[in-house]
Design a protein around this ligand. Structure first.
Ligand SMILES: [Zn+2]
Length: 423
């Protein structure tokens, strides 16, 4: 079977490139987003053609998710599989710097160029071709196969979370986002807003009465008080770097970035409000709930040591379901069990097609995989495409890489979905 799969994929290289060209032609850039109805309908039609039962729903207006399920012949006894990929692409940035068309696939020197080729329409094209060719080979799957194409990954809009909230599950999930065909878990990211707000608003001329002996006004500038918060965050960040570690990550990966600051009204006022937007990275054995609790506890201690902050508590707002709508996002971490039967099988399939051992490690980036893991589904990230290509000018993917990935995927699907489940 492995040889038949391998030969068939080689024969259909043109079709793989054409599929990718079709997907790239939809300019599903996020932000601004709200532009994925067309590409999702294309994918839905494709899956229907391949005997999948499909469902689609708007996560945001004009941004639908698609889930296609092909029921196995003995779904209760055999392993089920989710293959998940996002169909939004990163902002184009300076289009004038591109030397190839952004949304029209260009092939040269064995590469395919265009926005989203690496991140991650190449992987979605490979997934679609894989299910089509398995059908052509007459491969019957005993376990259920589920394809999820989701929206919003580039803007923290977690189309995948929406799939999990609807209860879609399986014995194993593959997120085929770019990992250079390494098998990855990931750390997590959460953003948060820290706000300092004065109960009163003061004219600029009142500042001297707040600062100097005999002034008698118990007021403060929210901007200046935020300096204490930032210093506190730096202390905590350093403490984390010294005390926390996790295999596969450089020490100090757990950063707290003060990314954006907003505050004050104008020059005739003492600033009565200041807001700090932070980005927090954490390890796979931590949760966004636990790290945000650590930050709140630490900053509340900082506040207790300040006479004004004691009376004007710091406010926290963590995460969010969209960077566009609410300026907040969460990417849960993903712990990976390298001994899991599916991970072992995937590594084996990889070795067969790639003729080299699979590398099992940790991603330097974040993907939707954490949402599947958080829903209790054993999950790994495994996809074609290199990290440096994602979001880049003249984004490209190596076509041979895509071909080999398609083979690995087909062999894996055939093996995993035809193995009895342990549950
Ligand atoms: Zn991606």
């Amino acid at each position: 079977m492995e040889n038949r799969i391998s030969n068939l994929v080689d024969e259909r290289l043109e079709e793989l490139v054409q599929l990718l060209a079709d997907l790239v032609r939809f300019p599903t850039v996020s932000p601004p987003a709200r532009n994925t109805t067309g590409v999702q309908r294309y994918i839905q039609d494709f899956l229907e053609q391949e005997k999948f039962e499909t469902v689609s729903w708007d996560v945001f207006p004009s941004d639908p998710n698609v889930v296609g399920i092909k029921k196995g012949t003995d779904g209760n006894l055999y392993n089920s599989l989710i293959i998940n990929g996002h169909i939004d692409v990163a902002e184009v940035g300076y289009e004038t710097e591109w030397t190839v068309p952004v949304f029209e696939l260009t092939t040269k020197d064995g590469n395919a160029y265009g926005r989203g080729t690496s991140d991650m329409k190449g992987a979605v094209a490979a997934t679609l071709l894989a299910v089509k060719l398995l059908n052509e080979l007459g491969v019957e799957l005993k376990g259920d196969l589920q394809i999820q194409t989701v929206i919003g990954e580039e803007a923290g809009e977690a189309g995948t979370l929406s799939c999990m909230e609807k209860g879609y599950t399986a014995d194993f999930a593959l997120v085929v986002d770019g990992s250079d065909r390494q098998i990855h878990g990931q750390g997590g990211v959460i953003t948060g807003w820290i706000t300092i707000k004065s109960k009163e608003v003061f004219h600029d001329a009142m500042r001297m009465s707040m600062l100097h002996a005999g002034g008698s006004v118990n007021g403060a500038s929210a901007i200046e008080k935020m300096m204490k918060v930032i210093a506190g965050l730096q202390d905590l960040e350093r403490h984390w770097a010294v005390t926390k570690k996790y295999p596969g990550f450089a020490p100090g990966t757990t950063t707290i970035n003060p990314a954006v600051i907003e505050g004050g009204r104008h020059a005739a006022f003492v600033a009565d409000e200041c807001r700090l937007w932070i980005t927090v990275h954490f390890y796979p054995n931590e949760t966004y709930q636990s790290v945000t609790k650590e930050i709140e506890e630490h900053l509340n201690h900082v506040a207790k040591a300040d006479t004004w902050l004691r009376e004007n508590p710091i406010h926290f707002r963590w995460g969010g379901k969209s960077m566009i709508e609410e300026r907040g996002e969460i990417f849960p971490a993903l712990e990976m069990n390298a001994d899991h039967a599916a991970v072992q099988l995937l590594a084996h399939c990889h070795e067969q097609t790639e003729k080299s051992p699979a590398i099992i490690g940790m991603s330097r980036s974040v993907t939707d995989a954490g949402w599947l893991g958080a829903a209790g589904i054993p999950t790994v990230i495994y996809g074609p495409g290199k990290l440096e290509e994602a979001h880049s000018v003249d984004e490209k993917i190596n076509i041979e890489e895509l071909v080999v990935f398609t083979k690995t995927l087909m062999i894996f699907i055939n093996e995993w979905c035809n193995t009895t489940s342990v549950n």
